[in-house]
Design a protein around this ligand. Structure first.
Ligand SMILES: Cc1cc2nc3c(=O)[nH]c(=O)nc-3n(C[C@H](O)[C@H](O)[C@H](O)COP(=O)(O)OP(=O)(O)OC[C@H]3O[C@@H](n4cnc5c(N)ncnc54)[C@H](O)[C@@H]3O)c2cc1C
Length: 269
């Protein structure tokens, strides 16, 4: 989406907006544009999303400004001249608390904070075009149906699914719930059954409802789903870690539970 159009779309959410039409992602050009904005007023805190691009930009931006930096942040408290942040470490297995001197740069985990309350943007400003130093092209992955990181319902299949053919019931369930489907990393990367997967190396989702089917709930995966409002787990092993994190759990064979759910949900419709 062109910069101006995007800026107008989000104008209800933020006080003042700067935009720039920089073209394909060029980290150095993007950081120069951010630096130009940040230099125009002394911002104490710079916030980036905890995505691949967000992390790259946060690192370059901090290096340029010699700022203290924290990634994977999910809570922030303000002190007089510092910030106390909580962040996930060791792939989400532990949490750490850090005190950062200002100015600071933060990478916030998606879904940690609800959208800012609406207040009309007072100004939309354009940042001058920066010199492109290199050209990095990101080719979006082809996703059938709704994209998981934009969906209100996400149904995820794990290694409990035995064949690619069986994945169809996950896709069908997601369709009935008007949601998106995805898988755990082994099914995407090792088996090649999906272009997307959820987790620390994949997508971060924050739907109203996440359903993990045949998913054990390892931290690398759950880190991408932790901001879901309601987590439902279906697993035949009652000791699976996902049962420690879910709101509703069904201990059972997915090959029995999922077809039954599909049948009943179709009847509800
Ligand atoms: C550096 C690193 C990064 C990683 N990043 C990611 C990531 O981003 N995303 C990710 O997902 N993983 C990631 N992983 C892998 C991760 O650690 C786990 O290995 C993976 O998430 C496990 O996937 P799974 O739950 O599908 O499989 P498993 O852990 O094998 O679990 C399968 C589950 O299915 C259940 N099951 C089996 N049969 C049935 C049945 N018939 N009915 C019901 N339940 C059944 C089993 O009880 C089991 O709990 C990463 C690993 C590393 C080392």
């Amino acid at each position: 989406m062109p910069g101006r159009e995007l800026a107008e779309k989000v104008s209800g959410l933020y006080g003042e907006i700067y935009y720039s039409d920089l073209g394909p992602f060029d980290p150095l050009a993007y950081v120069s544009a951010l630096y130009e904005v940040a230099s125009s007023f002394s911002a104490d805190i710079a916030v980036f999303p905890c995505t691949g691009k967000g992390r790259v930009l946060a690192g370059l931006f901090s290096a340029k400004n010699s700022r203290s930096t924290a990634t994977d942040v999910y809570r922030v408290e303000s002190k007089k001249n510092s910030l106390v942040v909580r962040r996930l470490v060791y792939g989400g297995k532990a949490e750490a608390s850090l005190e950062l001197n200002l100015p600071a740069t933060l990478c916030l985990l998606q879904g940690s904070y609800a959208e800012a309350e609406a207040n009309l943007a007072s100004r939309i400003n354009k940042v001058s075009k920066q010199n492109q130093s290199c050209r990095v092209e990101f080719i979006p992955k082809k996703v059938e149906g709704i994209e998981p990181d934009k969906a209100e319902v996400v149904v995820v299949g794990g290694r409990g699914i035995r064949t690619k053919e069986d994945l169809k019931m996950i896709i069908e369930l997601a369709g009935i719930l008007k949601g998106a489907w995805s898988v755990t990393r082994p099914l995407a990367v090792d088996e090649g059954w999906s272009e997307t997967w959820i987790g620390i190396t994949g997508l971060t989702v924050s739907p109203k409802l996440y359903i993990g089917i045949g998913v054990s709930g390892q931290p690398h995966h759950m880190m991408g789903a932790r901001s879901s409002k309601i987590v439902v787990a279906i697993n035949s092993d009652r000791n699976a870690p996902i049962f420690e994190e879910c709101d509703y759990g069904i201990v059972g064979d997915l090959y029995v539970v999922v077809p039954e759910m599909i049948k009943r949900l179709k009847n509800v419709k």
